[in-house]
Design a protein around this ligand. Structure first.
Ligand code: GLN
Length: 311
């Protein structure tokens, strides 16, 4: 009896995945199998290994493909995140260009988007975002949050700010690729600089402020994975002593930029709900209240809804 299934030789896509998975495992590279599958699929022009036509799994690869795989796997051996190696990553169904050192969108941030969309759909008045909401995003990075909201809220407009030129140009490029550039305004701006927010006033009062700010406690920075520490811009992560540096700036400027019952949605560290709540109690002048906390898919408090109230 002879099988008609061709055997996957060492120079086939399957063989290469097997080989590189073993190499990565031996060298202690996290997500060894996923990494090698993504790289092999990418060189063969597919997004995932599973989406490759099965005939391509067993067929011998060309010398050029083998060399491409070798080069990209060498980057992974140097702990480069797979998102930078591939040069693109999906977020909320959008394919976004990724480029070091601009922050890579994390899966939990998709839950922030889902929460905002839920609130805007179910309680637009309570959230302060009826009709065509005007949204400010602080720290837009690759544009993941801004562009997902724009694509799922067809009437919305976004003002996206970031203090890094690399982030602003990547957001612009992603907006263009997704043909969303008509509803987004990108501004190079550092909210921690005194009065910088006044540049945002002409854009009018916002319905929503959204941010996945740098919120890692400074002392935790050195515990981050090598993928993060060596490749991602630390300014997108380091939130200062208690991770509150940028969060407190956002909350401080919010009352001047938000409409009367506008909302702020933030991604934070699990220790932040308490810290933000007591910080807000120390600043009653801001007229902001923490109205809801949501957990992420790991069950950790991760998202905050802060609302402006008129006294
Ligand atoms: N959760 C992020 C991480 O993976 C931190 C994100 C942030 O500071 N905004 O490190």
């Amino acid at each position: 009896w002879q099988s008609h299934q061709p055997q996957a030789g060492p120079l086939s896509a399957s063989g290469l995945v097997k080989h590189w998975t073993a190499v990565f495992e031996k060298r202690g590279i996290p997500e060894a199998r996923e990494s090698s599958e993504y790289i092999v699929a990418h060189v063969l022009g597919a997004k995932t290994f599973q989406s490759l036509r099965p005939v391509l799994w067993t067929q011998p690869l060309t010398a050029q493909q083998l060399q491409g795989i070798q080069e990209l796997c060498n980057l992974r051996l140097q702990r480069m995140p797979v998102q930078y190696i591939l040069g693109e990553w999906d977020f909320q169904g959008l394919t976004l260009k990724m480029a070091p050192p601009v922050f890579i969108p994390r899966p939990e941030t998709e839950e922030l988007i889902e929460w905002i969309l839920e609130e805007v759909a179910q309680r637009p008045q309570a959230v302060g975002a009826q009709g065509s909401p005007l949204i400010l995003e602080v720290g837009c990075g690759s544009g993941a949050i801004a562009l997902s909201l724009l694509s799922q809220l067809p009437e919305s407009q976004v003002i996206a700010v970031d203090k890094k030129e690399a982030a602003i140009s990547l957001t612009r490029e992603n907006a263009q690729r997704l043909r969303l550039q008509g509803r987004i305004q990108t501004i190079l701006l550092d909210v921690t600089i005194e009065d910088s927010w006044t540049h945002l006033l002409p854009w009018g009062p916002m319905d929503l402020i959204v941010s996945n700010p740098p919120y890692v406690f400074h002392k935790d920075m050195e515990q981050l994975a090598p993928e993060i520490r060596s490749y991602e811009d630390a300014v997108a992560l380091d939130g200062g002593e208690k991770g509150m540096d940028i969060i407190s700036h956002i909350l401080t400027l919010a009352p001047q930029l938000l409409k009367a019952s506008g909302s702020i949605f933030l991604e934070v560290d699990p220790r932040h709900p308490e810290l933000v709540s007591s910080w807000l109690q120390s600043r009653p002048d801001l007229c902001l209240g923490l109205v809801a906390v949501r957990k992420d898919f790991c069950g950790r408090p991760r998202f905050l809804h802060v609302q402006r109230f008129v006294p």
